[in-house]
Design a protein around this ligand. Structure first.
Ligand SMILES: [Zn+2]
Length: 255
């Protein structure tokens, strides 16, 4: 008889094993197939497998958003789902039916799959410094939703974003100059702001980061008639959120 204890480190998908002293007639505490486990204490690791097309078809955009919210709750509380990545890799080789496409900044401190407690084959992730859209990103989103059936477009900005700070300060360097021009409209949105409009003002940086997410969401609707129509038909939702660096919490931004 074995007892399976939950991994203790965020992102850990390996369960510790130890000998259990259960006697005859007592409830087994683990199955060896890794699908269902009762564990010591109150913590029960959730074990998921790769999504099928039938399961993807039945999801609504609101359900997917709720899934991301619940996953972020597990991320912030240190109860990430246990996953057998080797098994998921083999399952995913047969095809992919992801729930959502997420546009994130490249910031190394934001592990997107973990932030929403998602596994292999579960979400598309597009990344560019400053999480803005362009033709290539829009094409990727249209592929994710129109071709591959994803139900949600999620733009994920974050606190203390270096790209946002660079746009605020008007940094010019190589290709970074042109890249930051994509964020400039969010900075210019606050022309009437009377405070310090430099990157040393955390409040201003956060205001611009949120505005940049809102503008990206709106630009996706403006520059992708396909996604706009899908949203109007209730097939997808397009939403934005901001990641808090110290807590890992994602705040959903309302339109
Ligand atoms: Zn960033």
């Amino acid at each position: 008889m074995i007892r399976i204890l939950p991994g203790t480190i965020l992102g850990c998908c390996v369960l510790s094993l130890m000998v259990c002293g259960c006697g005859p007639g007592e409830t087994p505490v683990a199955q060896t197939d890794g699908e269902s486990k009762e564990v010591a204490g109150d913590v029960k690791p959730r074990v998921e497998r790769v999504l099928t097309q039938a399961e993807q078809d039945q999801l609504t955009p609101d359900q997917v958003l709720e899934t991301l919210r619940d996953g972020n709750q597990r991320f912030t509380s240190g109860t990430l789902t246990s996953r057998d990545h080797s098994k998921q890799v083999r399952e995913a080789a047969l095809g992919q039916f992801p729930k959502a496409v997420i546009l994130s900044c490249v910031d190394s401190r934001i592990p997107v799959e973990d932030v929403f407690d998602r596994g292999i084959g579960d979400i598309f992730v597009a990344r560019v410094a400053g999480n803005f859209e362009n033709t290539d990103i829009l094409g990727s989103m249209e592929f994710a939703c129109k071709v591959s059936g994803a139900k949600l477009v999620f733009v994920l900005g974050h606190e203390s974003c270096g790209a946002v700070r660079g746009a605020i300060d008007g940094v010019e360097l190589g290709n970074i100059t042109e890249m930051l021009a994509n964020i400039r409209p969010a900075v210019d949105h606050f022309t009437d702001y009377e405070g310090d409009k430099t990157s040393s003002n955390k409040e201003f940086v956060q205001m611009v980061a949120k505005q940049n997410v809102r503008e990206t969401v709106e630009n996706i609707r403006t520059y992708s008639p396909i996604l706009k129509q899908m949203e109007a038909d209730g097939e997808i939702k397009i939403v934005g959120g901001i990641y808090a660096m110290e807590t890992g919490e994602v705040e959903i931004l309302q339109d």
